[in-house]
Ligand binder design. Structure first.
Ligand code: KIV
Length: 300
């Protein structure tokens, strides 16, 4: 997958699948399942690092997790988020930070939030050879301005602004656009009017692709935690993990784990020779057994 594949998929009417991924293991699994785009999103701050918004996330955080995701990916396109205030201070700052994510992190595309105001930055990044994905609608980095995670574009003025922003980003050279939390008919209208693909999250079924935060999609929460309305849970991994860890704890406390099946043996004669001062055969056999310890650990 490349940035250009996204536009080709739209032209051929193929829907794009995108999921967030933050580490090697999730990237390997999602890549093996054929997900087209892996997003190292700044949602990392909330679902992995435990912040209450995406605002504290740094370029170094995204870089660290992007490298892990890239190591776990063979086919998918890896997109890395430019976090809050990492691309708005100056053109040079945006170029430097995007270059870090692409050159040091191994991402193929960077994503940034905003419309008209960031279009010149998008153009500069694209001009320098760095593909850019835009993100409009509810843009979580502006949460203090929005005052909450609310649906955007419901009034005529707000809807028109989103249509204009989408076109400004396309004209600036963005390779795709995330549409977050906007009414489905508005997302359909924007999608039909663009040549570049739209990827929706809480933007209805008529976008060219869909993106979800992996924790929402896999049900990786405690039973009483909030699940956004736009998310569908395809699994209940939180409950599976809770059940498994409770059982593990019970078995360790009861002494029923580990059993012989998870234990390693050694020669009786070496055990019998322990504590004897003799450095003869048994001593040498002991050293050989120690040299073989690594193999035992891997179950050989
Ligand atoms: O950071 C993120 O996960 C995102 C998605 C919600 C699109 O930007």
């Amino acid at each position: 997958m490349t940035a250009a594949s996204l536009r080709r998929m739209k032209a051929q009417g193929e829907r794009i699948t995108m999921l967030t991924a933050y580490d090697y293991r999730s990237a390997r699994l999602f890549d093996a399942a054929g997900v087209d785009v892996l997003l190292v999103g700044d949602s990392l701050g909330m679902v992995v690092l435990g912040y209450d918004s995406t605002i504290p996330v740094t370029v170094d955080d995204i870089l660290h997790h992007t490298r892990a995701v890239v190591r776990g990916t063979q086919r998918a396109l890896v997109v890395a988020d430019l976090p809050f205030m990492s691309y708005t201070i100056s053109r040079e700052q945006a170029l430097t930070n995007a270059a870090r994510l692409i050159q040091d992190g191994g991402a193929q595309v960077v994503k940034l939030e905003g419309g008209r105001a960031v279009a010149p930055t998008v153009a500069a990044l694209v001009e320098s050879g760095m593909p850019v994905m835009g993100h409009i609608g509810l843009t979580p980095q502006a949460i203090h301005r929005f005052g909450g995670y609310r649906v955007q574009g419901r009034t005529k003025t707000a809807a028109q602004r989103l249509v204009d922003e989408a076109h400004a980003l396309e004209d600036a050279g963005a390779c795709a656009l995330v549409l977050e939390l906007i009414p489905a008919p508005l997302a359909a209208r924007i999608t039909a009017s663009l040549k570049i693909p739209t990827i929706g999250i809480g933007a209805g079924p008529h976008c060219d692709g869909q993106v979800q935060v992996m924790h929402d999609m896999l049900g990786l929460q405690l039973p009483d935690e909030f699940i956004p309305k736009h998310a569908k849970q395809y699994a209940g991994l939180g409950e599976v993990i809770l059940g498994a860890v409770l059982r593990y704890g019970d078995e360790v406390r009861a002494g029923t784990f580990p059993t012989e099946a998870q234990s390693f043996t050694m020669e009786e004669r070496i055990l019998a020779a322990l504590g004897q001062s003799d450095d003869g055969d048994a001593g040498r056999a002991g050293e050989a057994a120690i040299a073989g310890d690594d193999e035992d650990r891997h179950g050989v």
